[in-house]
Design a binder for this molecule. Structure first.
Ligand code: HEC
Ligand SMILES: [Cu+2]
Length: 406
């Protein structure tokens, strides 16, 4: 919001500047009290048509700069169609307004009663048909290129859930969940908003540059859409279906996007960050992930003190549960139950663990079995049992979670 406001302010300043550059004599005469903003839209129009200097990029009226070949094709197609529309606009409206003015009643013109003009009718049917065919040819070739997911060099499975993305590198056994990382204080306006407000995540999707990456997308609850404009990808993720898309990033960098299908209260809080790195760096990262996975497995292989579990669980809770059940465990009445004082949380351990492990089908309470490690699951359940007003004094060990997986 902060960035938006300042962009608006910049625009206003630019507009004032543009007005100031018009020679005094050519300004419309205007009393002392009136605002001279009549020329303000012109620089915007110029920027929108791509006519102005690179500084015009900040007007943000155009598509963002493309980072893949497909995004470039989409960009060029958009520009082409815009110019065609502009041409049609001129051909239609210039003669129309000229005729309206030229043949006005006050100049003594009377309406001419005529109908049926076969040649004219054929022309005005044929011309739009030809224009449409002319636009369909380049559009179809771009759409076909977008949909051509053949011969990928790597496939990543994307699973959407309320309200986060899970990425799984197929064939590599690496899988993680990517959550919004904007601090709650910024969302609540208790802190100034950061540069990438609501467009930042704890774990970006890392990909190598110059490689064709195929995404296979699905969802576990409702329809979401994986949308990264600069990569030229926008694909619905639909429960029970697998859809695919692809991209090949030219240069290293962070590419940001968000869910583009209204998917519930936190729809605006499930951004996407793709981080492209050179292939060597990617390979090193992948090795690191495997080591980390092995370490997580090893960490799940022993028993923990309750205090340690509760400490670890607090972070797991903040990252995975607080969006719905809230940091204070009070939930949101009517939508997400309070865990503070919940009979289920304070009741037998097995039932509590089973609910978090399997979720509750048909509700927003998802199964965390596949999303979290044994240790994380044990820790978060132990935390809930001993956080806020809950004082069960007992916890769950990772090996008990492991037993559920059998
Ligand atoms: C997307 C929102 C959402 C997230 C994230 C979520 N929950 Fe839930 N949770 C729910 C909903 C909704 C219910 C109520 C389900 C029902 O209708 O019984 C629920 C119920 C529960 C219950 C049972 C409460 C009771 O009194 O019946 C527990 C325990 C629980 N969640 C734990 C967790 C844990 C642990 C996490 C994080 C690992 C988590 N939840 C993340 C939405 C969520
Ligand atoms: Cu979504």
């Amino acid at each position: 919001m902060g960035a938006r406001m300042s962009a608006a302010r910049r625009r206003a300043a630019k507009a004032r500047e543009a007005t100031a550059q018009v020679p005094q004599a050519r300004r419309p005469s205007c009393g002392s009290g009136c605002r001279q903003t009549s020329l303000a839209p012109l620089p915007w129009l110029a920027a929108g048509l791509g006519l102005a200097s690179p500084a015009a990029a900040e007007f943000a009226l155009n598509l963002p700069p493309p980072a893949t070949e497909i995004a470039r094709q989409i960009y060029d197609l958009h520009t082409l169609i815009l110019w065609i529309c502009f041409g049609i606009f001129l051909v239609v409206f210039v003669p129309m307004f000229y005729a309206l003015w030229r043949h006005r009643k006050s100049a003594g013109h009377a309406a001419q009663p005529f109908h049926e003009h076969p040649k004219l009718e054929i022309a005005w049917t044929l011309a739009p048909a030809l224009i449409l065919i002319g636009m369909a040819i380049p559009s179809t070739s771009v759409v076909l290129a977008m949909k051509d997911t053949s011969a990928p060099e790597m496939t990543i499975k994307v699973t959407a859930r309320q309200w986060k993305w899970e990425y799984e590198y197929l064939g590599h056994d690496v899988r993680f969940v990517s959550n919004l990382s904007t601090p709650q204080a910024q969302i609540d306006n208790r802190e100034a908003k950061g540069e990438h407000y609501l467009l930042e995540v704890d774990r970006p999707l890392l990909v190598p540059t110059g490689k064709k990456i195929r995404l296979v997308l699905t969802a576990e609850d409702v329809i979401h859409a994986w949308w990264v404009p600069t990569l030229g990808v926008k694909q619905d993720a639909i429960p029970g279906f697998i859809r695919d898309a692809w991209f090949k990033v030219d240069a290293p960098g962070s590419y940001r996007g968000q869910c583009a299908e209204l998917c519930g209260v936190n729809h605006g809080f499930m951004p996407i960050v793709v981080e492209a790195v050179p292939p060597e760096k990617f390979a090193a990262w992948m090795d690191g992930q495997k080591t980390a996975l092995a370490a997580a497995q090893a960490a799940s292989g022993r028993d923990y003190e309750l205090a340690e579990l509760v400490r670890l669980g607090e972070a797991v809770y903040a990252a995975n549960c607080a969006v719905c059940h809230q940091a204070n465990g009070k939930g949101l009445p009517g939508a997400f139950p309070a865990l503070d004082g919940s009979p289920l949380v304070k009741g037998p351990r097995a039932a509590h663990l089973a609910l978090v492990f399997d979720g509750k089908p048909g509700t927003a309470m998802q199964a965390f079995a596949k999303q979290l490690s044994d240790l994380d699951l044990a820790a978060v359940v132990s935390y809930e049992r001993n956080a806020w007003g809950n004082r069960t004094g007992d916890g769950v060990q990772p090996r008990e979670v492991a037993a559920l997986r059998k």
